[in-house]
Design a protein around this ligand. Structure first.
Ligand code: ADP
Ligand code: MG
Length: 312
């Protein structure tokens, strides 16, 4: 029996954090929960935990209503930001978690030691959580979620990779892959699909509280045919954009460092470079990429906005 979310709506005054979300967190799979900041990822996770009460709709964990003791017992949770007092030391935090999980003193100590070692943060044991760097704190929170994990079935991790250095990202990814191999069910959020691409086998995309996609990663790539694109770095992106627009190209992303144009065919890239160069645009670097899953995700959002989805 999975985690089942049906017709979930949540509003905070005039802000709709979730609008009619229905999905299942399927047993034994690793789910990537992806969407830009403010799209409702944290609200969805907290609703499953029973920390946020739905405005309407239902959420159940193995048939138990979210928030019930029987439901909570099955869930392990890594919050996006610590929800503990900053003066608490790392050691005490893990001990408190162990107590809440009903572990005896010896078990608490050994599980805490193991979890801290796994995340490479044993040396921070005596430090108050509030004084840690963002990345250190994240690793400690993940370690804390592993105390008492044997009895857990679902692992809900809210942006566990955000703010980590590349080495720690690999450690945590390895850890998640390990949990998945053990048959645990994972729901991992991120605002960057690429971060989770290699470990997830299910994908949930939410945008402004709306469920845009649920399914496999392969199906997304196939359904939303991702296009190749060229990214150009230039000191004058506005000029570059004007030049391309005057030739019928519509730059999709323009930043202060450059722009990106989606192409029907990668061979168009040369033409774009020629157009820019002959108009006197200085090109400091460029890169042509085949359609990635990240592109498919962006196109999905773009299509949604073009259909008028953003005006609601
Ligand atoms: P995400 O985790 O994807 O960044 P959140 O679930 O945190 O998104 O937030 C979704 C929307 O709900 C945002 O617009 C956010 O500002 C709003 N929101 C979340 N929690 C609260 C709250 N406690 N009070 C008011 N608005 C909130
Ligand atoms: Mg969030």
């Amino acid at each position: 029996m999975p985690i089942r979310v049906e017709g979930l709506e949540k509003n905070y005054g005039r802000i709709w954090a979730l609008r009619g979300v229905s999905l299942e967190v399927e047993e034994g799979y690793t789910h990537a929960l992806v969407g830009p900041n403010g799209s409702g990822k944290t609200t969805l996770i907290k609703t499953i935990l029973g920390l946020v009460r739905p405005t309407s709709g239902t959420v159940s964990v193995d048939g138990y209503p979210a928030g019930r003791r029987e439901a909570k017992r099955l869930l392990s949770y890594v919050p996006e930001v610590p929800e503990v007092p900053g003066w608490l030391t790392v050691e005490r935090l893990l001990d408190v978690v162990g107590r809440l999980e009903g572990l005896g003193p010896a078990e608490r100590a050994s599980e805490a030691r193991r979890a801290l070692e796994l995340l490479g943060v044993s040396h921070l044991r005596a430090r108050p959580v509030g004084g840690l760097s963002k990345g250190q704190r994240k690793r400690v929170l993940i370690a804390a979620s592993l105390v008492g994990m044997e009895g857990k079935k679902y692992f809900l991790l809210d942006e566990p990779l955000t703010g980590l250095d590349p080495e720690a990202v690999e450690t945590v990814r390895g850890l998640l892959a390990g949990l998945s191999r053990e048959g645990k069910t994972l729901l991992v959020s991120s605002h960057i699909l690429k971060e989770l691409e290699t470990i997830a086998n299910r994908l949930i995309i939410i945008y402004r509280g709306i469920l845009l996609y649920k399914g496999t990663l392969e199906d997304l790539a196939a359904t939303v045919k991702a296009k190749p694109s060229i990214a150009v770095r230039t000191p004058d992106p506005a000029l570059a954009a004007r030049v391309l627009e005057s030739h019928g190209y519509k730059p999709d992303i323009v930043t202060s460092a450059g722009l990106r144009v989606y192409l029907d065919d990668a061979s168009e890239a040369d033409k774009i470079l020629d157009l820019l160069r002959s108009a006197g645009v200085k090109i400091t670097a460029y890169q042509v990429t085949e359609g990635t899953l990240e592109d498919a995700y962006r196109m999905l959002v773009k299509r949604y906005l073009e259909r008028g989805g953003g005006s609601a």
